[in-house]
Design a binder for this molecule. Structure first.
Ligand code: SF4
Ligand code: SF4
Length: 474
């Protein structure tokens, strides 16, 4: 390795736990911590991992509970089916999820990040556990990492990264099963990569990305990449429940002896809350964007408070006002606005599901065709009914001409479509040239065979042709 002159990086004004003052990466090795919040997190992690893995296997109405079928361009969500024409409904649904996240953040801060985000769930639930079991607790890891490359260090690193790769491979395939049906995925996994190079490239690419993320990038994803973390200051206010340090109680901080003589606050400056932090920050410096709300510092400090015989909660879940000892506001304007937004969203969803038809039909003019032809004194327009079966079973549609002014020829009055399939059905609209006038419309009724009165639509399209006195012969 060449040892040329080291590039001088700019010195940072603001200390960031995961960066050294010259801007280089400070790899965070959080210490182990136990406590009531960590227990809750573990239960949530375990439950979510089961849910993430199980969802593609759970079948509702014959389809996976959550499945974005890329090949058939359909989205299955707990029994509801959306196809390409229903994209606006999916958008509405996603908007609802976003709204829920905004409200949860306003009420409880980054509870999503600390307890439920897949980044946290897999990093804490799998990768850090593997690391701790193979490389030991924080102080042992740090000592070994700083030491020379001996056999003891080599085999541990090789085993750890091998297991990281294997875990990434498994998670990548679970992720893919949300987009490719499980039978297809099994078949592909059993076959040669040459038979399905695109899927193979995706699975390997995804494995590599996950491995790099969980083995190396880690908290940087929350700090640099994730936009949600960066929106915190806009989503929270002084009444949001966050994790904070009680400055009034803790300061002035000092060693235990001084604390016992009453000269100091409750913080004994043991740095335990700092070394357990997965993003490497010191929560005593105040609320920071880097805090992912994992509550590790809460449990760590409670443990210390118990040992020094002081009340728990020096670091705790509280609002900024609560931490200052101020009264909480009874009404928060933004929550009222969110309530109105939820109401509007709920009305939109009810409307969307009530107007959701099992099929879609539109009367169209074929693109690029002649608007009309005149032959033997008859004006003829060629139209198409575009039919889409949005239901989960095959359906038969009956097409019928409506109205007397325009004669319709329907070469295919009955059409059967498989689930998700669509077809263009030709309709010829004919009017004697002498009777041609402006405003004539071709009307076709499309109904679902065996369906109710509601499951029928009347489609119309203008009939074009030479109209006497308007432009003459065309
Ligand atoms: S763990 Fe508690 S006592 Fe120790 S430094 Fe942090 S706030 Fe102070
Ligand atoms: S400051 Fe506390 S709650 Fe925030 S990320 Fe660090 S340990 Fe977790």
């Amino acid at each position: 390795m060449s040892s040329g002159p080291k590039k001088q990086l700019p010195v940072l004004d603001v200390p960031v736990g995961s960066l050294n003052s010259d801007g280089s990466r400070n790899f965070v090795h959080p210490a182990d911590v136990r406590g009531r919040f960590q227990r809750v997190r573990w239960v949530v992690f375990a439950a979510l991992m089961v849910v993430y893995v199980a969802l593609p296997f759970i079948r509702i109405g014959g389809e996976p509970a959550v499945f974005l079928d890329i090949v058939r361009r359909r989205f299955y969500l707990f029994g509801a089916t959306f196809n390409a024409q229903d994209f606006w409904m999916v958008f509405l649904l996603l908007f609802g999820i976003l709204l829920a996240l905004v409200i949860v953040t306003t009420l409880w801060g980054r509870i999503w990040c600390g307890y439920a985000c897949p980044q946290t769930v897999f990093l804490e639930g799998i990768y850090r556990q593997v690391e701790r079991r193979i490389e030991g607790p924080r102080n042992v890891r740090l000592r070994r990492n700083a030491g020379p490359w001996r056999w003891d260090k080599v085999w541990r690193k090789v085993l750890k990264h091998g297991l990281f790769l294997f875990a990434s491979f498994l998670i990548a395939h679970v992720f893919l099963s949300y987009f490719v049906s499980l039978p297809s995925l099994w078949t592909m996994m059993g076959g040669s990569p040459a038979d399905h190079p695109v899927a193979f490239a995706w699975s390997m690419g995804m494995t590599l990305v996950l491995y790099l993320n969980f083995a190396w990038f880690r908290e940087q994803l929350c700090l640099i990449v994730c936009p949600y973390g960066r929106l915190q200051s806009a989503l929270t206010d002084e009444d949001t429940m966050v994790i904070g340090y009680d400055v009034g109680r803790g300061e002035p901080r000092g060693k235990i002896k001084k604390q016992q003589t009453g000269e100091r606050g409750d913080c004994i400056d043991c740095h335990r809350c700092v070394v357990v932090c997965p993003t490497g920050i010191d929560i005593r410096n105040g609320l920071q964007m880097e805090c992912i709300g994992c509550a590790a510092c809460v449990d760590a400090c409670d443990e210390i408070m118990e040992k020094v015989d002081r009340p728990k909660g020096l670091i705790r879940y509280d609002s900024q006002r609560g931490l200052r000892g101020d009264e909480k506001r009874s009404t928060r304007g933004r929550l009222v606005l969110y309530g109105i937004a939820v109401l509007a969203w709920a009305v939109g969803m009810i409307f969307a599901f009530q107007t959701h038809e099992p099929f879609e039909a539109n009367l169209l003019r074929p693109p690029g065709g002649t608007p009309f032809v005149v032959s033997d004194g008859v004006v003829q327009n060629t139209l198409q009914v575009h039919l889409v079966n949005k239901a989960d079973e095959s359906q038969t549609y009956v097409l019928e001409a409506q109205g007397d002014d325009v004669a319709l020829v329907l070469p295919q009055p009955e059409v059967t479509l498989e689930p998700g399939a669509d077809r263009h059905v030709v309709v010829l609209a004919r009017v004697p040239e002498a009777e041609m006038r402006a405003g004539l419309k071709a009307r076709v009724e499309v109904r679902l065979e065996g369906g109710s009165e509601e499951e029928r639509v009347t489609l119309e399209a203008p009939v074009l042709g030479p109209v006497a006195g308007v432009g003459g012969d065309q």
